[in-house]
Write a protein that binds this ligand. Structure first.
Ligand code: ZN
Ligand code: ZN
Ligand code: FE
Length: 758
């Protein structure tokens, strides 16, 4: 008995070759009907026997194109139409709004053609198909059609046109489809002499790098700065020029070469080879293949696979490239040729660029595989954006402006939260311009006109002022509440949980700087129930750069002792103590990040940090693995409960005097945090009867702490939630802001039309 079914598919099903896939599948199974794009996904109607329809539904999910993501499949029975064939129908674009796919790494079929001497795209560095290639980075306006992308200036040749129109071709409706005759091309600029070469531009650039030069390379979401990772002098020169003395660089190489320098688990391999092709931070092998200056004093290194055809061609010349973002210090990644000389001219001598414009810049995404939980994202950009992250409840049109550092914003409506790519630190003009430009684009693309604005609680933050300019009702959300709610929201946890936010800095509800906080609550109500005790930052936030200052201050305040860290002159110690005596020169913080800095400063592993959390990161890396003891601490029964760290500082000082190894001190310190965290959780759980625990905050990028915390809490019978779809750092804030503000707007009155002072 033939039947007819309607199948509505939602998710990432447009711009990823879904319709031709459906078409071929229906042909294969002898089903009739049609497929078409709609505003919310893909609509399919099929007719055939029950068995064939069941097989169709099964294959739809297991054989879907690599970049496709199916969120929902709704199947409804229909009356028979007795259709005779299967066809691809024109899209219905009633609201003119469709999703945009993220940029997708070169697929295996395209790779094969790239290296097939008989193929007309042999070695053509812009090869792509319905399964791969640029999407997000080339789109200007929606819907996603070639004429709305930066491919619009390239008129397709006859052969490409034929492919594009042929439903059986794997380039059917591949918007960026092109070839050597009709598509874009690479050129090599010599920035010193202003000359430009087109012939063999990529090979020449690779050769320059092989000879030790530093070259800017235009990729998918922006420029990379590249050098030979095996050439220590080149890497060292790049460090000097980029003013980046120690922060690890990422490497690009193929899988075979990656295996020579890092340990790769099955899961890590899967991430590396995925359509997202992120930088995966993995454990180094003890081998001297690449320069030790790439990731100095670091047991880990970040590796990404080639994800654009040009990368494959480059890798023919040398096996390992340092590929670092083409930017100056904290500014956004450079995406236009015109900026290369201006911004990167002092770093690179040459630029390998092409004439396909990058419309939307997008950094490489970064993360690591955390054994029992999968891929943990550190930076969510290329390959992810602009995919929405699902919200636990439907919201009205809203815009959350995110945090001050590591900014992302989120534009939301219904169940969709469009979390922006990594924007950066909102402390320079360039980043701010990027921030505002992307907000405008997101509003246009997704047709969301926000009714509410959400911003951080900090009255001085730029984002607070920007929110005011919208002249719309706005709501302020505390930074660490946003952290916890973000993690709960990702997991759709609607009941109460104990939230632990271990973080660097966030403006607290009491006007002080928070960062070591415990909460109890749900998506719409959070109460701070415990925190690390407040301690002074001598001279304010500037002491974050010099961890030893924090060590001196904490020792003075907590232990009434003059502590002189290794290699710090007594005059400097006295200066810090003087600053401490005058309260107006210090701010107080309950930050866990600062406690890490303090211990790093006491041990003396870093004097002045050159990148964020360098002290804490070094502390994690030196930790020994065989230590089971911990330092004592105090829990002061106050409301909120206060965690006293004086015994910890005492203990570390005593160990230092006894000559205990730094690796032991670090391990004991990590164990201490886990110990008091569990003690606080136990206490709260007993009082409130809650067994869910949720972890968020930048400190949980510390793999050692994260794994120990999760293990200990789970062993004690708690259900532990950690971030999965967003970073645990401030990249998750704007998403949490949306959720909390949406719930609070019913309870608190949003601040008026932007003219009411907070
Ligand atoms: Zn492809
Ligand atoms: Zn062509
Ligand atoms: Fe934070």
């Amino acid at each position: 008995m033939p039947q007819r079914k309607r199948i509505q598919v939602s998710g990432i099903v447009q711009g990823v070759g879904f319709r031709p896939f459906v078409y071929r599948l229906a042909q294969e199974l002898g089903l009739t009907g049609f497929v078409r794009n709609t505003t919310s996904g893909v609509d399919i109607e099929i007719e055939g026997t029950q068995t064939d329809i069941d097989r169709f539904l099964h294959f739809l999910q297991v054989r879907k194109p690599i970049a496709a993501v199916i969120d929902r499949l709704d199947v409804t029975p229909m009356i028979l139409h007795h259709t005779r064939r299967f066809e691809i129908r024109k899209s219905t674009r009633r609201e003119g709004y469709t999703r945009i796919a993220p940029d997708i790494a070169t697929c295996e079929d395209c790779y094969r053609e790239l290296y097939d001497p008989k193929d007309r795209r042999h070695k053509y560095p812009f090869i792509n198909c319905t399964n791969c290639g640029p999407r997000y980075s080339i789109i200007q306006e929606t819907p996603y059609d070639r004429s709305q992308t930066s491919m619009r200036s390239f008129v397709m040749c006859d052969e490409c046109t034929a492919e594009f129109a042929d439903v059986s071709d794997r380039r059917f409706h591949a918007q960026p489809d092109c070839c050597v005759i009709c598509g874009p091309w690479f050129v090599l600029h010599d920035l010193r002499y202003g000359t430009v070469e087109r012939e063999n531009a990529i090979e020449k650039a690779a050769d320059l790098i092989r000879k030790g030069n530093i070259v800017a390379i235009k990729g998918i979401g922006g420029f990379h700065i590249a050098c030979d990772a095996m050439n220590t002098r080149a890497v060292q020169r790049l460090r000097k020029k980029k003013k980046r003395p120690a922060k690890p660089f990422a490497i690009m190489c193929d899988l075979m070469h990656a295996r020579k320098i890092v340990h790769i688990s099955k899961h890590e391999e899967k991430c590396l080879r995925s359509a997202i092709a992120p930088i995966v931070v993995m454990r180094k092998k003890q081998r001297d293949i690449i320069s030790d200056r790439v990731a100095p004093n670091n047991p880990y290194i970040g590796i990404m696979m080639p994800y654009a055809p040009v990368h494959y061609v480059l890798l023919e010349t040398i096996p390992y490239y340092v590929m670092t973002s083409g930017n100056v210090q904290d500014e956004p990644i450079v995406k236009d040729e015109d900026d290369v000389k201006l911004k990167l001219g002092s770093i690179v001598t040459h630029a390998l660029t092409h004439n396909r414009k990058i419309e939307n810049r997008c950094d490489d995404s970064v993360g690591f595989v955390y054994p029992s939980r999968g891929f943990s994202i550190i930076r969510r950009s290329r390959g992810y954006t602009p995919n929405p992250v699902e919200l636990p409840d439907s919201v009205p049109p809203m815009l959350a402006l995110g945090p001050y550092l590591k900014n992302t914003f989120t534009l939301a409506r219904g169940y969709d939260a469009y979390v922006s790519p990594h924007i950066g630190d909102l402390d320079n003009m360039e980043t701010l311009a990027f921030f505002q430009e992307m907000i405008e684009r997101y509003q246009e693309w997704f047709r969301i006109e926000p009714e509410f604005l959400v911003h951080d609680l900090h009255p001085e933050y730029l984002s607070t002022r920007i929110a005011q300019e919208y002249k719309k009702p706005r709501i302020a959300v505390q930074h660490h509440i946003a952290h916890i709610v973000s993690c709960l929201g990702e997991h759709r946890v609607k009941s109460k949980a104990i939230g632990i936010a271990y973080d660097g800095t966030g403006y607290g509800l009491d006007g002080r700087i928070w960062g070591g906080e415990f909460f109890i609550g749900d998506l719409g109500h959070q109460e701070r129930v415990a925190h690390l005790e407040y301690l002074p930052l001598p001279g304010g936030e500037s002491s974050i750069r010099r961890p030893y200052r924090i060590a001196i201050a904490y020792a003075a305040v907590l232990c009434k002792k003059t502590f002189r860290p290794k290699n710090v002159p007594m005059t400097e110690v006295r200066r810090i103590l003087n600053i401490l005596n005058d309260q107006q020169f210090s701010i107080e913080t309950s930050s866990m990040g600062r406690l890490f800095d303090c211990i790093a400063g006491m041990i003396g592993i870093v004097r002045e940090i050159t990148y964020e959390a360098e002290g804490a990161i070094n502390l994690e890396h030196i930790a020994g693995s065989t230590v089971s003891s911990y330092y004592p601490y105090t829990l002061f029964d106050e409301e909120p409960l206060r965690i006293g760290v004086a015994p910890i500082i005492h203990g570390v000082m005593r160990d230092l005097l006894k000559g205990v190894r730094p690796s032991t001190i670090s391990a004991k310190f990590h164990a201490t945090i886990v110990h008091f965290s569990l003690a606080v959780v136990d206490k709260m759980s007993t009082i409130h009867g809650i067994r869910n625990v949720c972890l968020s905050g930048g400190v949980f990028q510390n793999r050692l702490l994260l794994s120990k915390m999760v293990a200990v809490l789970e062993k004690a019978g708690y259900k532990v939630f950690v971030h999965k779809r967003l970073p645990t750092n401030d990249g998750c804030i704007s998403y949490g802001q949306v959720i909390y503000a949406d719930k609070r707007r019913m309870i608190d009155k949003p601040i008026g039309q932007g003219n009411v002072k907070q």
